[in-house]
Design a protein around this ligand. Structure first.
Ligand SMILES: Cc1ncc(C[n+]2csc(CCOP(=O)(O)OP(=O)(O)O)c2C)c(N)n1
Length: 633
């Protein structure tokens, strides 16, 4: 612990070069100060707590041993990089984390030269770092070290294997740190996770191996030429002791570890030992998610991103749930899925590593044999669901909007071409707020609309989500439902399920001067905007389209005939979504109308609270009202 008498070291570390001036025996104190700082700031300003507490020692050791920012650290996902932010000039602004115009929750090269690559979506670090490392060998500017830091959860993603497979093909000096805490957000799943447990328990082999490496190095035998021989020697040793192949050495990547990722001095020593080695290598470290904060250590999923909390008592500050309040879309999804599964044993659930986030946990509890967490593997989740559908099951495959970008080809090739009946539930659709630029779920309407055979729908409220799940269940081809994170709008929740006829929208309000067409929950902002302008005697008709595809052509013809001014509103990109579809329809059918599209224009949207971001994008009620006013004049 840092005692009051102890002088703070962290306060004097503005950049990693300051850290590198310290003697090694001061590093533990630096770690303790970083940990305390993260806990203190995050208790007031919510963020990803557990992962960053687990990487404090690693972060300090990396910046101590390597010459950052010339040497590059590529963080995978990036939610574990808070310590890195604190050491790289962002300690003073750390309290603005994830806030509008504050620092990002993930590394971003636009924010700092120490952030080597964009992060947010899992499993890209090995490919990116390998590209840099190979690039360095080709460049004449001289060598730099490139280090990819990847968690055991992210290591399960297919892209990581593509990087591993390619790692030994071209000359490079890549170092991969496998940060193994046996957790993704939920428990890590799958064969890799079991493999890592096995390898971790193979202590004898790993100890002997490291000893042999050190001895050879000491007597100067570890030249490049000898590498192959040593690998072979290691393999025989391994066969002798374990009768187990090492996955990474199978890819011709030298494997070291596992080592204690919370022993900063040892980490420094190990990194120094392997730093100069040429060729791709991997250091496997064992860490604890939430390290140093007991509640987070004990309940890693809950403390992955816990919101505000009391740092003294370890209590999360959770507002009491009022049962008469609107429901969470996620809970509606989770409970409805269980009900459908109880009615029909063909119904199954598939999630790529987000059972808690999307509330598939209810199905895991009710029917564990019919709920599948496939790991961080969105492409696989979609194709796996397609396989299940081929066998006559009815999969509800739940993928977050921005992560579904990883599975675009699978949606087209494996689902749509074969017209397989599954329900693709797109969670976190639309602006997501604090997670920022990498997580905004704003592209799905635009990228899915051109795909034949898909039905694409979005509910105005949480009850319609339930109804759409029921409708999708009764469909016979791929059925897509997109909905946002958080609470819906209804205060008169109904526990019934009804079919919403495919391709039929709803006229919510008559009007004479302007027609507003919306899709999804953003329609509630439209309802409020219309209430505002009606007080100014502007008469607006409102249509909730519900379906982007097929679109309700009866509504579109009615609107084309009765109005000359149409506004479209969607929680997604202006290009390619509802607004574009309406414009195409009006042009193709010869309606002389003027269409104003409200949505996200051609730029990336950074982090901030949802109200701030909706305002920024002109998608809040006041701005929509202003757009109606301006369009009417
Ligand atoms: C492509 C993609 N899918 C899902 C996520 C959501 N996600 C964020 S962190 C995380 C778990 C990562 O686990 P691991 O790599 O082991 O890191 P840890 O949190 O344990 O440090 C997941 C699934 C993501 N960021 N990217």
């Amino acid at each position: 612990m840092v005692t009051n008498e102890q002088e703070s070291l962290l306060e004097h570390i503005h950049i990693p070069a300051d850290l590198r001036k310290l003697p090694t025996d001061k590093l533990e104190q630096v770690c303790q100060e970083i940990r305390t700082f993260i806990i203190t700031v995050l208790s007031e300003n919510p963020g990803h707590l557990g992962a960053s507490l687990g990487t404090v020692e690693l972060t300090v050791a990396l910046h101590y041993v390597f010459n950052t920012p010339i040497d590059r650290i590529v963080w995978d996902v990036g939610h574990q990089a808070y310590g890195h932010k604190i050491l790289t000039g962002r300690r003073a602004s750390f309290h603005t984390l994830r806030q509008f115009k504050g620092i990002s929750g993930f590394p971003n090269p636009r924010e700092s030269e120490y952030d080597a690559f964009i992060a947010g979506h899992a499993s890209n670090s090995i490919s990116a770092a390998l590209g840099m490392s190979v690039g360095c060998e080709l460049n004449r500017e001289g060598r730099r070290n490139v280090i990819a830091v990847i968690g055991d959860g992210a290591m399960a993603g297919g892209l990581a294997y593509e990087g591993l497979n390619n790692a030994s093909t071209n000359p490079n000096n890549l170092l991969i740190i496998l940060n193994d805490n046996d957790m993704a957000i939920d428990q890590s799943v799958g064969g890799l996770s079991r493999y890592l447990v096995n390898i971790t328990t193979s202590k004898t082999y790993n100890k002997i191996r490291y000893g042999v490496y050190k001895m050879l190095r000491k007597i100067n035998l570890l030249s490049e030429k000898r590498r192959e021989n040593i690998l072979r020697f290691n393999n025989s040793l391994k066969a002798l002791i374990n009768r187990q192949h090492n996955l990474f050495e199978g890819f011709s990547i030298r494997y070291f570890g596992p080592v204690d990722g919370h022993d900063v001095k040892d980490l420094v020593q190990k990194l120094n030992d392997i730093k100069a080695m040429k060729g791709p290598k991997l250091l496997h470290i064992k860490t604890k998610k939430g390290k140093g904060f007991k509640p987070a250590e004990e309940s890693a999923t809950e403390w992955h991103a816990p919101g505000k909390f009391n740092k003294e008592t370890g209590e999360r500050i959770v507002l009491p749930q009022n049962l008469n309040e609107p429901q969470l879309y996620q809970d509606v999804f989770g409970h409805t899925l269980v009900e459908l599964a109880q009615q029909d044993e063909r119904v199954v659930g598939v999630t790529p590593a987000m059972p808690t986030g999307c509330s598939m946990t209810y199905l895991f509890k009710a029917s564990p044999e019919r709920a599948f967490d496939v790991g961080i593997a969105e492409g696989h989740a979609v194709t796996f669901s397609a396989g299940l559908a081929k066998e006559g099951l009815i999969p509800f495959c739940n993928v977050y909007s921005s992560f579904l970008q990883r599975a675009y080809d699978q949606v087209i090739h494996d689902v749509a071409i074969q017209d397989l009946h599954l329900i693709l539930c797109i969670d976190r659709a639309g602006l997501v707020g604090e997670d920022g630029v990498t997580h905004q779920g704003v592209f799905d309407l635009a990228y899915l609309r051109p795909v034949p055979n898909l039905t694409i729908a979005s509910p105005l409220n949480e009850w319609d989500l339930r109804n759409l799940m029921f409708t999708g269940y009764h469909a016979s081809s791929p059925f897509v439902i997109r909905y946002p994170r958080g609470k819906g709008e209804l205060d008169n929740w109904q526990n019934t399920m009804e079919i919403l006829p495919v391709g039929k929208g709803k006229k919510r309000k008559e009007g004479t001067q302007i027609a507003v067409l919306s899709i999804g929950p953003i329609g509630n902002a439209v309802i409020q905007a219309i209430e505002i302008v009606e007080k100014e005697d502007i008469s607006v008709a409102h249509y909730d389209m519900i379906y982007l595809k097929p679109m309700d052509e009866t509504i579109l013809h009615e609107v084309g005939k009765q109005f000359t001014r149409i506004i479209t509103v969607e929680d997604g990109t202006i290009t390619g979504g509802l607004g574009s579809a309406v414009m195409e329809f009006m042009a193709e059918n010869g309606y002389p109308v003027c269409v104003k599209r409200i949505g996200i224009d051609d730029r990336f949207i950074e982090h901030g609270s949802l109200p701030e971001l909706y305002q920024l994008c002109g998608m809040d009620a006041a701005n929509i009202a202003q757009a109606i006013r301006a369009f009417n004049s």
